[in-house]
Design a protein around this ligand. Structure first.
Ligand code: C2E
Ligand code: CA
Ligand code: CA
Length: 498
């Protein structure tokens, strides 16, 4: 009897221990072996449990290390893949879908170099903390290493929402970081990719947010939304962006001037300024090759300011030389979102003592439609300064008549696609005639662009078009060429020349 009892009191705990070992082998560390005995088997069980705890803890650590950045303690790239995958799977609808923001710090390497790695590390920790404090409950901050952070919003609401968040984060970076009592300002740059517009799988979204973040480094806007046009020639575009920024800052851009003839007066009464890039390797680069890139990346803001500054200064020089002509400058869609632009124009008018009525700002129809309310505010302020507003590429966009009537517009420019083949295409004639009538009914002037033949010049004159521009009169010219052209052409500006 006693023998049996002993056997049982030994076999049961041993079985329990064997069972525990089996569970650990299967990766289940939370299981505890219950052996209440105070003998050797009891202490063996206790030791066994402690060992299981240790394994569990170490496994937790390893897991944490595998999924978290050592420096900031934030979840890392592996974790981002997992969480983004989950977010994509769980997104309740197309309207509610994940948003990714990738943040880099411009010139962080230089900070590390100057202030030392320790300070650099301190800063990265603070950046991680600050990012954590901006983001709402249902979002996560990841640290992919170095100065590279990602914010994931599993339940985002499209591109605009993403831009809103980016602006908030950027605003939060305006406050310097305090490291050992010294304030350090960081230049944060954000790339944005949004599901489902930019991609519907983890790999694509992460790749695209990375491209956008790269481009944001060159952007004047501090953030860049991914666009498929951006990555067609990413390496080339990245180099070009860097070069373009340099060109704007170092005077490699040049404004050319194309004469605008006044049909009734039969002479030049204005010019349109058109930008060219004197590239050290590629020679003269036309605007269509770099304006779209500038528009997508925010570099258009400094570019336009440069164009305005140059054109206004040139206007003053024309005036000083006794040449009274209107000067037109092209604005882009993004410029109409820039509420500081009117003040900049006002300053230029003052500095160069220019009659505002002698300046024209050309805006495309489609640009106004990007954010009609904000554009309207900016356009009204520009109009309030007394400068002329012209609707460029008219006929190619979708702006409603009602909209035009609400805008303080002075001129419509008929897009050259309707003008260049007017002599061969009767549809074009109908369109051009309607635009001229429409403009005149609204009390606006009309300019036709793309006049290449005398025949078309005459047709437009007969249709009552006010002004014309095209290779027939002249291609866009440098200032020197333009002055020479004025002297040579019978369309030259001063009536005495005629
Ligand atoms: P746009 O504003 O519609 O300018 C008219 C374009 O038509 C110019 O091209 C001009 O050289 C061209 N053109 C003029 N006459 C003729 C003609 O008889 N036949 C033909 N086929 N073309 C003619 P460009 O200079 O290459 O400029 C292209 C576009 O780049 C401009 O179109 C404008 O949208 C943009 N752009 C140019 N300069 C600036 C600038 O300073 N700022 C901004 N934001 N955009 C600019
Ligand atoms: Ca134009
Ligand atoms: Ca045009």
């Amino acid at each position: 009897m006693r023998v049996v009892m002993t056997a049982r009191s030994v076999t049961k705990p041993v079985l329990a221990l064997a069972e525990g070992a089996k569970r650990i082998e299967d990766g289940e560390y939370t299981h505890r072996v219950a052996v209440a005995q105070k003998d050797e088997l009891g202490s063996l069980a206790a030791a066994f449990n402690t060992m299981a705890d240790g394994i569990a803890e170490r496994e937790e650590q390893i897991k944490h290390q595998a999924y978290h950045d050592r420096l900031t303690g934030l979840p890392n790239r592996e974790c981002l893949h997992i969480e983004l995958e989950k977010a994509i799977m769980n997104s309740p609808s197309v309207a509610i879908s994940p948003i990714l923001l990738m943040l880099n710090l411009n010139r962080f390497k230089a900070i590390n170099g100057v202030l030392g790695l320790r300070t650099g590390d301190r800063l990265l920790k603070l950046v991680g903390e600050r990012l954590g404090s901006f983001v709402a409950e249902r979002s996560m901050t990841f640290h992919l290493g170095g100065d590279n952070f990602v914010l994931l919003f599993p339940e985002g609401h499209g591109v605009e929402h993403a831009v809103d968040i980016a602006l908030k984060v950027l605003a939060g970076f305006e406050e310097p970081f305090l490291v050992e009592g010294s304030p350090i300002s960081l230049d944060a740059r954000i790339g944005i990719a949004v599901s489902p517009v930019h991609g519907t799988d983890t790999e694509t979204l992460i790749k695209f947010v990375d491209i956008a973040a790269h481009l944001a480094k060159e952007s004047a806007d501090n953030f860049t939304v991914y666009s498929s046009q951006l990555d067609k020639h990413v390496p080339r575009q990245l180099t070009m962006l860097g070069e373009l920024r340099h060109a704007i800052e170092h005077g490699d851009l040049e404004l050319y001037y194309q004469p605008k003839v006044n049909f009734t007066e039969g002479r030049i009464t204005g010019v349109e300024s058109l930008v060219r890039w004197n590239h050290p390797q590629h020679g003269l680069v036309p605007p269509d090759d770099f304006i779209p890139l500038a528009e997508q990346t925010g570099l258009i803001k400094p570019l336009t300011r440069w164009a305005l500054k140059t054109a206004f200064a040139q206007k003053e020089t024309f005036h000083q030389n006794g040449l009274e002509i209107q000067v037109a400058v092209n604005l882009s869609a993004r410029n109409l979102q820039d509420e500081q632009l009117p003040r900049y124009v006002a300053e230029l008018l003052q500095v160069h003592k220019i009659d505002p009525a002698s300046m024209i700002l050309e805006i495309t129809e489609s640009a106004i439609m990007v954010d009609p309310e904000r554009s309207m505010r900016v356009i009204k302020q520009l109009d309030g300064l007394g400068v002329n507003i012209s609707i460029d590429d008219f006929g190619t966009g979708f702006s409603s008549l009602g909209y035009l009537q609400r805008l303080p517009v002075d001129e419509l420019k008929i897009d050259k696609s309707f003008v260049t083949h007017m002599d061969k295409n009767s549809n074009d004639v109908v369109i051009v005639r309607s635009i001229i009538e429409l403009a005149h009914n609204l009390g606006l002037k009309v300019t036709a662009e793309g006049i290449e033949t005398l025949e078309i010049y005459t047709m437009l004159e007969q249709l009552g078009c006010d002004r014309g521009q095209g290779y027939l009169m002249s291609k866009p010219l440098t200032v020197t060429q333009f002055n020479q052209w004025l002297r040579d052409s019978k369309l030259g500006s001063t009536p005495e020349v005629l």
